[in-house]
Design a protein around this ligand. Sequence first.
Ligand code: OGA
Ligand code: MN
Length: 211
Amino acid sequence: MSNELFEQLDFVENPLFESIIEDLIHLKYSVVDGFFSEVEVQALRKNLMAKYEEDRFKKSAIGNRTNEEVDKTIRGDFILWIDENKTDIAEQFFFKKINELVQYLNRTCFMGILEKEFHYALYPKGTFYKRHIDTFQNDDRRKLSLVCYLNEDHWPIENGGELTLYLNKTPLDILPILGRMVIFESQLIEHEVKEVKASERLSITGWLKTR
Ligand code: OGA
Ligand code: MN
């Protein structure tokens, strides 16, 4: 069988991925509830908490890894990078779905995503991340930013910690509720994390990158 024919037979349209692509084309961002299953999200949440309690997180920095500095007036979260070669079961399910999305994007939109990087993040009460863009001056490989929220089921508005996307006209506030995933174009969308007023704000954040 020719490769081309095999590729066509092998392709199954995925409605969830299609709706993400539609959103990205028209809005430059997408908000998806239920990208991961309830069980997956709970397992990832447990993971995050366990690793945080083992004191493995470090104060986040600004700038990229070769050029970073800690500045609490800009961002106050604690992070732990995830090594895709040393994953546990919950992380394996996480990367399985992310890799499916990457393959789909590369195949249907020719996005040329070859690398990715993800970290856990925890924002203690009183912390925030000021308005910024996710690409660096000396490195524009980040194409898509992904944030998956791992908070408890109930996240009232009074808790703060909204992700605000600065779009053309009115800014959009997105509540970081359990299992919600936000995807947006790293080079285009300025955004911020509003101050967390109660509780701790948990997430996995990452980037899909070209080489
Ligand atoms: C980031 C970021 C958004 C969020 O880590 O760069 O903007 O909602 N995170 O956690
Ligand atoms: Mn950001």
